[in-house]
Design a protein around this ligand. Structure first.
Ligand code: PRX
Length: 631
């Protein structure tokens, strides 16, 4: 019997138990899964190395808990509803039995192409059911998937393939995104020019558009599965065997591969999915994320399917063919739980309520948000116009590294407050610390958000570089996991996330390192140096503002800016393209050569004085020059 929270008193009771007796608490949750062999110890950990193991010695396969488990009880129930990009194309439903068969068949196809336990497989695909099938097929045979968002450039894709030495890439011919058609197979071809580890590429025929197939390396998905058995024995995995790697940006260097393992991730994603959204059998649940991000992993694929839910996958974008598309889909499929990002809410809010006219949203019971702080105005719009004042909003705070939701109202049970993630879920022990690492106790405090006790789906390492994991998350405040977020605990003990306190920016819910964008800008031959900051943006939450020193010889400002944007698009992808580029004569540096970013941040926000202590600036003149040329 899993733990289902149904009342506020129940939440308080379970929360206390999870803190006082974490072993008993998590054992109770984990007992509701199918294990080949039970664990001998619930958790073994230290945050120094760090080393975290959950359900030690336990053996399982996550897909048996998603598919085999429901084969006889829910075989005919819809597991996945697929809503294509083009509304004229019919939606497709897959039952649990069909999904079981398609996952097994594809797992056999991958095996036939030489994939075995522990091999890394890159998934660079459109939001079609095959993306989810690919993830589960990997998990079925113990291969480690690494999904790369299909909007990343060939260069960014190649970096990820090289870092994890992937053996196989799964992709499609083309990807439909609104009115655009993105030639994803061509992007893979370009990336693979510098990826010798890749032996095979399996290509889903989505558009039927032209592609070049390389003999001996590339094969079609439909050919790969032809004649494959629809039964594939699940590989028995250790609870701590790797399930997947997901690359994410940090404040320094290239994106790092966050590693999640089988047992803890399985237990935590199902537990949080069922409780936060209060999913009930028969409900239709829709999360609008892409499987390229952690939200897609945990709350489109793993959490919902572990819970035997019906999960909707949408291939397109919120504004295609018009700004009513989300609401058309809610109406058409009678969606009960709807989970999206604040940036999408703000973008749709800008169209007013006209796109809502004639759309039946009465099926909605719970609304969710994720990915960035939600401003109060957007919260109210969502609450009033989408939820018609009757649906609780679950503002879920979590991260790629946390694997699952950490703080959130439990729908209908924990009273909400606009822009607050409210309270920690059972098992999560947040602490607020000041810059020296002193814990700030009591209410009405603000500081750095850390977690002081492990939870089952937390990051285990950064792939191939454990020291980087230690350094990034466990060194600044010893003995704790540091989230990188600032937080406030208000007078009621409710938590409000204030945003990143490091050099990570959040653009439309996408996480980006300022250093990563700077490195891309610096690749342009005319660029001498650059500094990137995030600035408040009405729709995106944060926009990218780049201050660039360049050699202007043979260039106008306009064409150089254009070229820089193209460079960034080529190196990372369109999501990292700067919104504003200002060509500057110099950057505000200290005598020791460090850029004073807080000055640039203020200038980008339109603040032109009150820079605090600037006595260590090497050349104060430069600040006035930058202000004068502000965009
Ligand atoms: O700053 C926080 C913000 O997104 C960061 C994590 O980004 P990522 O790993 O890409 O995962 C996003 C989806 C889980 C966090 O450090 N963030 C996420 N959710 C919220 C949030 N900020 C405020 N409120 C949230 N609900």
């Amino acid at each position: 019997m899993s733990i289902k929270i149904q009342t506020l008193a129940g939440y308080i009771h379970e929360y206390q138990k999870s803190v006082l007796q974490p072993d008993q608490f998590w054992a109770r949750v984990a007992e509701s899964f199918h294990w080949h062999k039970p664990w001998t110890e619930v958790v073994r950990w230290n945050f120094t190395e760090p080393s975290v193991e959950w359900f030690v010695d336990g053996k399982l396969n996550i897909t048996e808990n998603m598919l085999d488990r429901y084969l006889y009880t829910k075989g005919g129930q819809t597991a996945i509803i697929y809503e294509p990009n083009d509304p004229a194309e019919s939606a497709i439903s897959l039952t649990y039995r069909e999904l079981y068969e398609r996952v097994n068949e594809f797992a056999n196809a991958m095996k036939a192409e030489g994939v075995t336990k522990g091999d890394r497989v890159i998934i660079y695909m459109p939001m079609t059911p095959e993306a989810a099938i690919a993830m589960m097929a990997c998990a079925r045979i113990g291969a480690v998937h690494s999904v790369v968002f299909a909007g990343f450039s060939a260069n960014a894709l190649a970096d990820r393939i090289i870092d994890c030495e992937a053996k196989m890439v799964l992709t499609a011919d083309e990807n439909f995104r609104g009115a655009k058609v993105v030639p994803v197979k061509a992007v893979v071809d370009e990336a693979l020019e510098r990826c010798p580890s890749v032996e095979k590429v399996i290509v889903l025929q989505r558009s039927g558009g032209p592609v070049t197939m390389q003999e001996g390396r590339d094969l079609w998905w439909h050919e790969a599965i032809a004649g494959q058995d629809t039964e594939c024995p699940a590989t028995v995995m250790d609870a701590e065997d790797m399930l997947f790697i997901l690359y994410t940006s940090g404040s320094t260097g290239k994106p790092k591969g966050v590693v999640h393992t089988c047992g803890g991730y399985m237990v935590y994603t199902k537990f949080t999915f069922e409780n936060v959204f209060q999913y009930k059998a028969g409900d239709i649940y829709w999360c609008t994320a892409d499987v390229g991000w952690i939200t897609g992993h945990s709350y489109i694929v793993y959490g919902p399917l572990l819970a035997g839910a019906t999960t909707l996958m949408f291939e397109g974008v919120p504004t295609y063919p018009d700004a009513g598309r989300f609401w058309d889909i809610v109406d058409k499929h009678q969606v009960n739980q709807f989970y999206t990002a604040p940036t999408a809410i703000r973008a749709l809010q800008a169209y007013g309520t006209e796109p809502l006219e004639g759309k039946d949203l009465s099926s909605l019971k719970v609304l969710g948000t994720v990915g960035e702080p939600i401003n109060e105005e957007a919260w109210h719009w969502y609450h009033d116009h989408i939820g018609k004042g009757r649906c609780p909003i679950v503002d879920t705070w979590w991260q790629t590294e946390t694997g699952g939701i950490m703080m959130s109202p439990i729908a209908g049970i924990i009273p909400t407050k606009p822009a607050y993630a409210t309270l920690p879920l059972p098992g999560i022990q947040p602490v607020i610390v000041d810059h020296e690492g002193n814990e700030l106790t009591g209410n009405s405090v603000e500081g750095n958000l850390c977690i002081k006790f492990p939870w089952p789906s937390m990051i285990r390492t950064t792939y191939g570089d454990h020291e980087r994991c230690r350094q990034t998350y466990f060194s600044q405040f010893p003995g704790m996991y540091f989230t990188g977020d600032g937080v406030k605990r208000d007078e009621d003990g409710y938590y409000r996330i204030l945003g990143r306190v490091d050099d990570v920016i959040n653009v439309s819910g996408h996480r980006m390192g300022t250093a990563e964008v700077e490195n891309a800008i610096n690749e342009h031959p005319k660029v001498i140096e650059s500094a990137v900051v995030g600035y408040p943006h009405d729709i995106k939450g944060q926009g990218i503002y780049a201050f660039v020193i360049a050699n202007m010889e043979g260039r106008t400002e306009e064409n150089l800016e254009q070229e820089i944007r193209t460079t960034v698009t080529n190196i990372i992808g369109p999501i990292a393209r700067p919104d504003k580029i200002q060509l500057v004569p110099g950057l505000p540096k200290t005598r020791s050569g460090k850029i004073m970013r807080r000055i640039l941040r203020k200038i980008s926000e339109g603040i032109t004085d009150d820079f605090g202590d600037t006595s260590t600036l090497l050349d104060p003149e430069v600040v006035a020059q930058i202000i004068a040329g502000r965009k």
